[in-house]
Design a protein around this ligand. Structure first.
Ligand SMILES: Cc1cc2nc3c(=O)[nH]c(=O)nc-3n(C[C@H](O)[C@H](O)[C@H](O)COP(=O)(O)O)c2cc1C
Length: 197
């Protein structure tokens, strides 16, 4: 690998079959204007199905937004090992199935294995979980991931911003996700400075 690539900060992006593929697309697009970040994407089968359904986007088109793409069955991939240094991982959107797999260290595909590695290496893991209402298993799994150091980030729209378009609301949430990795996001997030301002 060229030394210039090795110096880039690596972020693993898992895209699973929960509703909200648009969050993943916006996040990958936003990171393209940050050349210091290198994105490693894994799209699950259900994630690909959803992107097609919600955005008419193929798996190939999604993967083209990232620097590196892996098949979800490629359990021998670099990101399946803790020795491959990354700055963390975001699963966006994150299904309740993948949440369960991560919460129980089940590692049944490359997304849940990579998340397992992130937790064992004590790196940053953010799960953009999308489901409502939640059953007790969902809540317990979220608690388990939180107890292990992961961040549960349901993409709740920031209605206090008085924005009207879906794009505005999605961009704000994506900016807040990137905040958790220290990515400069002032173009996406309108920062609250108090009611009087
Ligand atoms: C159109 C569509 C929307 C879905 N939305 C959700 C969702 O919002 N949250 C969720 O947990 N599962 C949702 N599912 C179900 C998941 O896709 C399913 O549980 C799948 O097995 C998840 O696999 P994955 O985590 O490997 O992607 C949806 C499925 C479809 C077809």
């Amino acid at each position: 690998m060229p030394s210039s690539l090795a110096k880039r900060k690596r972020l693993i992006v898992g895209i699973t079959g929960a509703s909200g593929s648009l969050y993943a697309v916006r996040l990958l697009q936003a990171l393209r204007s940050h050349p210091e970040w290198e994105t490693h994407v894994v799209v699950s089968n259900a994630g690909a199905l959803n992107a097609q359904h919600e955005l008419s986007m193929s798996k190939k088109e999604l993967e083209a937004l990232a620097d590196v793409a892996y098949d979800q069955r490629d359990i021998g991939a670099a990101i399946a090992s803790g020795s491959f240094v990354t700055h963390g991982m975001i699963v966006v959107p994150c299904s309740m199935k993948t949440l369960a797999s991560v919460a129980h260290a089940f590692a049944d595909n490359l997304i849940s294995r990579a998340a397992d590695v992130i937790l064992k290496e004590r790196r940053r893991l953010v799960l953009v979980t999308r489901e409502t209402p939640l059953n007790l298993a969902h809540l317990r799994n979220m608690t388990a991931v939180t107890e292990m150091g992961g961040v549960i980030f349901p993409p709740v729209p920031a209605l206090y911003q008085n924005k009207t378009s879906i794009d505005d609301l999605v961009n704000h949430s994506v900016g807040r996700m990137l905040d958790l990795f220290g990515v400069e996001t002032d173009g996406l997030v309108e920062r609250w400075s108090g009611l009087s301002n």
